[in-house]
Design a protein around this ligand. Sequence first.
Ligand SMILES: C[S@@+](CC[C@H](N)C(=O)[O-])C[C@H]1O[C@@H](n2cnc3c(N)ncnc32)[C@H](O)[C@@H]1O
Length: 322
Amino acid sequence: MSYLETTAQVYAAAADTPQVGLCCLSSPPLQWPELTIPEIMQQMNYGCGSTVHPTELAGSPTVLYIGVGGGLEALQFAYFCRHPGGVIAVDPVPEMRRAAVRNLQLAAAGNPWFSPDFISVLAGDALALPVPDAAVDVVAQNCLFNIFEPDDLHRALSEAYRVLKPGGRLIMSDPIATRPIPPHLQQDERLRALCLSGALTYREYIHSLVGIGFGQIEVRARRPYRLLDAQTYALDQPLVLESLDTVSFKVPIPEDGACIFTGKTAIYAGPEPFLDDDAGHLLQQGLPLAVCDKTAQALARQFPGDVLITESTWHYGGGGCC
Ligand SMILES: C[S@@+](CC[C@H](N)C(=O)[O-])C[C@H]1O[C@@H](n2cnc3c(N)ncnc32)[C@H](O)[C@@H]1O
């Protein structure tokens, strides 16, 4: 059996019998006024962070959600995209699709604003999306792409890029590893399916996104979420997994490299009221300006002593330099 078949088996079982905290830590789902989330959807929250960022969803965009799970995030997206077919949710596992459709019907009973036809649940695979080129504003996936081996990850990211409109955004939440996961764990298909052993390091993860062509990547959250202890996982020392929430924009990569926002700011600390770097950045004395990592590095190099760069907060929310 291939690791993809093992994955399908794991999630078929998780569809038939909800398993709280199956692959990721269970955190309480985001709530908004007049949104009632059925209990079973909460039990089937198999994600490790959140991909539903209201600031990305102005104007009722069309969302493609990959790996529907119990339908929780599809419902949360539909809260912001209230029109028939506003959310297309795909999953190759029939049991999971059936569970999602059932859960969404339950949600309709408890949410007067919601109609199940806001979400089309389709048979579909992240590696060959059943959607035309440049068709959707947002693609989202939570805790699925980390399962893929490198070639498949490349295919899944390319597919996401293909179906996004220019300027569209890929919103992801995945585990990442604080150091490379050793081969004996990476090759364990069940651990991989459970989102425990396929994770890339932060650097590799961002590199994969840039390699596909995403010109701007914003980190929305980064936090510890699991420990692989030395004894259970046959490691020299324990390995911390983190969860990473990102938004990647389908915009051209600038000549000097992609803009990666991790929550850094640049603060001009010199004697003048303003500092102009002649590269499009105007810094007002004493006022932090949100900058991407590339600009942070350039400013620190160009104005040592006059520009102070603050650490990454790992929750950038917009308003930055580029
Ligand atoms: C870890 S669960 C995450 C579910 C959901 N995103 C959530 O946050 O609760 C992975 C989901 O991806 C689905 N899946 C597995 N292989 C897939 C593939 N090749 N393409 C798309 N979805 C897949 C599984 O059936 C399952 O619904």
